[in-house]
Design a protein around this ligand. Structure first.
Ligand code: COA
Length: 504
C-alpha cells in the first residue's frame, strides 16, 4: 500500500497515529459523530480502541451516527456502559436492553433530521467526528467508503476530525459519492436533483486540514449483512405488492418503469425485490437508503437502470461478487448523505414508492414501527417516516401475527404511533392488501380487517369495530379501554386471543 495514494496532501502524513492514541484524546462527557450506516462504512478502529480503554477507565460519551453500526460496536459500547446518549438509530440487542432498562438515553429520530438538528445547534458541538475513508484528496476532501450517512454533517460541525483510512474498502468506490451541502435554513435554494441519477455535489467531504487531529490506518471489511431468505409469508406479501403495482400499471396510475423505489432492509424488502426480477416492470430506479444484495441482482439482470442510496450493505457472498467489479456499476450507482436520500423535497418531487415494515398497525391505518407493546424500543423509526409521509405511495408491510399467533399485528389501536393514518396509503400482510387511499376511517377499518387480519383475530376485530360504532360512534369509533386491554391480556395471560382468555 502506498500512503501517498491515500493521503494525497503530503502534509497529512504527519498526522498518522495508532487507534489507541486517537482513542486517548476522547474525554469523559464528549460527543462523537461516527461514520456508519446500516453496518456499512462505519469507523471501526478508534471506537473499538475506546471500548478497550473504557474497560479499565469507565467513561461516558454521546454517540451519534448515520444509522446502525457493524463490527458489534454498538454491542461492545453497551457492554462497557460507554454510551450516555445515542442517536438516531440502532439495532443491537444489548444496546436495546440498556435503552429499555433506562441505563442509557436514546433519541429515536427521523434519519433526515439529524443533520438539520446539528445545523440548528440543538445538540451543541461534536467534539470528534470519526470518519472512515478511502483517501483524502490533494484538495483536502475526505472520500467516504461504503456509506455517506451523516459523515459530512459531522465533519462540518465537529471541533476536530479523526479519519480512519480503511485499506480493505474497495478503492473503486471513489467517484460514486455525491456530497451536497444544503446550506442554512432560511437562505436555502431548491435542491437541484430532478432525477435519481443526478449528481449535484462533490465526490468528497471538504475538510479544513487543520481540523484533522489524527489519521489512523485500518484494514477491516464491513460486517456483512445477515440476509434472511424470503419465507412463505414474506413471499406472499411480496406477491400481493407486485400484483398491486401491476394493477396500478394496468389502470394507468403507474408507468411500466414504476417510480423510484425505496425499501427498508430485511426479508420483505428482499422478497419484493426478488419478485420484481420476474415481473413485467423494466428500467426501474431505486432511490433509497440502503442498497442491499437484491438491488445488485436487479442491476445485474438489467431490471434496475439506476440506484441511489446512502450505503451499500451486502452479504459476504455479494461483497465478494460485487466489490471486485465495482467499476462496472459506476455509472449506475450514487451514494448520498442521508439528509439527501431521505429529503422530503426530493422524495415528493421524484414521487417515490416507499415500502417499510411495521411492528403493528391498527384498523384505521396508524402504524407502530418501533415500540413492542407500546413501551419497549425495538430499533427506531429510521427513515420510514421521512419516506412514508412524502412518497407518492407510502406502503407498510407486516406479518399479521407474532409470537405463534398470541399477538395480532393488526390491533384496534396501535400502542405507539410512528406513522399516522394520514401517512399510510397501503397496508399489506400475508393475507392480503388494503388500499387505503381515498377511504374514510370506517371504510378503511373494513378493508384492513377483511384483507389483512389473521383468521385467528378477524372476528374479534370485527366485533370490536361494530360495537365501537354502536356504543360510541363518531368519525373514528373506539372503545378505548377495550382497545388497550389487548396488550394487558397478552401481558397477563400470554395471548391477545379472546377465545383462549374465556377458556382460561
Ligand atoms: N408485537 C410484539 N412483537 C412483535 C410484533 C408485534 N406486533 N411484530 C413483530 N414482533 C417481534 C417479532 O416476534 C420478532 O421478535 P424476536 O426478535 O424476539 O424474534 C421481532 O419483533 C422482529 O420481527 P420480524 O418479523 O422478524 O421483523 P423484522 O426483522 O422484519 O423487523 C421491524 C421489523 C419493524 C422491527 C423493522 O423493520 C424496523 O425496525 N423497522 C423500523 C425502521 C424502518 O422502517 N427502517 C426502514 C427504513 S430505514
Amino acid at each position: 500500500m502506498n500512503t501517498q495514494d491515500k493521503l494525497r496532501n503530503p502534509h497529512l502524513s504527519e498526522k498518522i497515529v495508532t487507534d489507541q492514541i486517537a482513542a486517548s484524546w476522547i474525554k469523559d462527557g464528549m460527543t462523537l459523530g461516527l461514520s456508519g450506516f446500516t453496518r456499512a462504512g462505519d469507523a471501526k478502529a478508534v471506537p473499538t480502541a475506546l471500548v478497550e480503554r473504557a474497560k479499565a477507565e469507565p467513561m461516558k460519551v454521546n454517540v451519534f451516527t448515520g444509522a446502525s453500526l457493524g463490527s458489534d460496536i454498538d454491542k461492545k459500547m453497551a457492554e462497557v456502559d460507554l454510551v450516555n446518549k445515542r442517536l438516531p438509530f440502532q439495532v443491537d440487542k444489548t444496546m436495546r436492553n440498556k435503552i429499555n432498562t433506562g441505563q442509557m438515553w436514546f433519541i429515536d429520530q427521523h434519519l433526515s433530521h439529524t443533520a438539520e438538528a446539528l445545523r440548528q445547534e440543538v445538540f451543541g458541538e461534536i467534539d470528534f467526528a470519526i470518519i472512515e475513508a478511502i483517501a483524502i484528496t490533494e484538495d483536502n476532501r475526505i472520500i467516504p467508503t461504503t456509506s455517506v450517512g451523516n459523515s459530512a454533517a459531522f465533519v462540518n460541525h465537529a471541533k476536530e476530525v479523526i479519519v480512519e483510512i480503511n485499506t480493505a474498502q474497495p478503492a473503486a468506490l471513489e467517484g460514486m459519492h455525491d456530497i451536497y451541502e444544503l446550506g442554512e435554513q432560511g437562505s436555502r435554494v431548491p435542491i437541484p436533483l430532478t432525477d435519481s441519477s443526478d449528481r449535484i455535489g462533490e465526490t468528497g467531504i471538504a475538510v479544513d486540514p487543520d481540523k484533522i487531529r489524527g489519521i489512523v490506518f485500518t484494514n477491516q471489511e464491513d460486517s456483512p449483512s445477515t440476509v434472511t431468505p424470503p419465507d412463505e409469508d414474506t413471499e406472499k406479501i411480496a406477491n400481493h405488492l407486485i400484483a398491486f403495482l401491476e394493477k396500478e400499471n394496468d389502470e394507468g396510475r403507474l408507468p411500466k418503469t414504476l417510480a423510484p423505489l425505496q425499501s427498508g432492509i430485511g426479508t420483505v424488502a428482499n422478497a419484493v425485490f426478488s419478485g420484481l426480477k420476474n415481473s413485467r416492470f423494466t428500467d426501474l430506479e431505486v432511490y433509497s437508503e440502503v442498497l442491499q444484495d437484491s438491488v445488485f441482482d436487479l442491476l445485474d439482470a438489467g431490471k434496475v437502470k439506476m440506484a441511489s442510496g446512502c450505503s451499500i450493505t451486502l452479504s459476504e457472498d455479494k461483497m465478494n461478487d460485487v466489490f471486485p467489479r465495482l467499476d462496472d456499476y459506476k455509472d449506475r450507482l450514487v451514494l448520498r448523505a442521508q439528509e439527501l436520500s431521505n429529503h422530503p423535497e426530493v422524495i415528493r418531487r421524484l414521487g417515490l414508492i416507499s415500502i417499510n415494515t411495521a411492528v403493528e398497525a391498527d384498523i384505521y391505518g396508524n402504524v407502530n414501527s418501533t415500540h413492542v407493546q407500546g413501551t419497549k424500543m425495538m430499533n427506531g423509526i429510521g427513515g420510514s417516516g421521512d419516506f412514508a409521509r412524502n412518497a407518492r405511495l407510502g406502503i407498510f408491510v407486516t406479518k399479521s401475527i407474532a409470537k405463534n399467533g398470541d399477538i395480532s399485528s393488526i390491533v384496534p389501536f396501535v400502542s405507539h404511533v410512528d406513522h399516522t393514518e394520514h401517512d399510510v396509503d397501503v397496508l399489506i400482510t400475508e393475507h392480503g392488501l388494503a388500499d387505503l387511499r381515498g377511504q374514510a376511517p370506517k371504510e378503511r377499518a373494513k378493508e384492513i380487517i377483511t384483507n389483512c387480519a389473521d383468521p385467528l383475530y378477524k372476528e374479534q376485530l370485527l366485533s370490536y369495530f361494530e360495537r365501537a360504532i354502536e356504543q360510541v360512534g363518531g368519525h373514528t369509533p373506539h372503545l378505548l379501554q377495550e382497545a388497550f386491554a389487548w396488550y394487558k391480556n397478552f401481558d397477563e395471560h400470554g395471548t391477545m386471543r379472546e377465545r383462549e382468555l374465556v377458556m382460561n
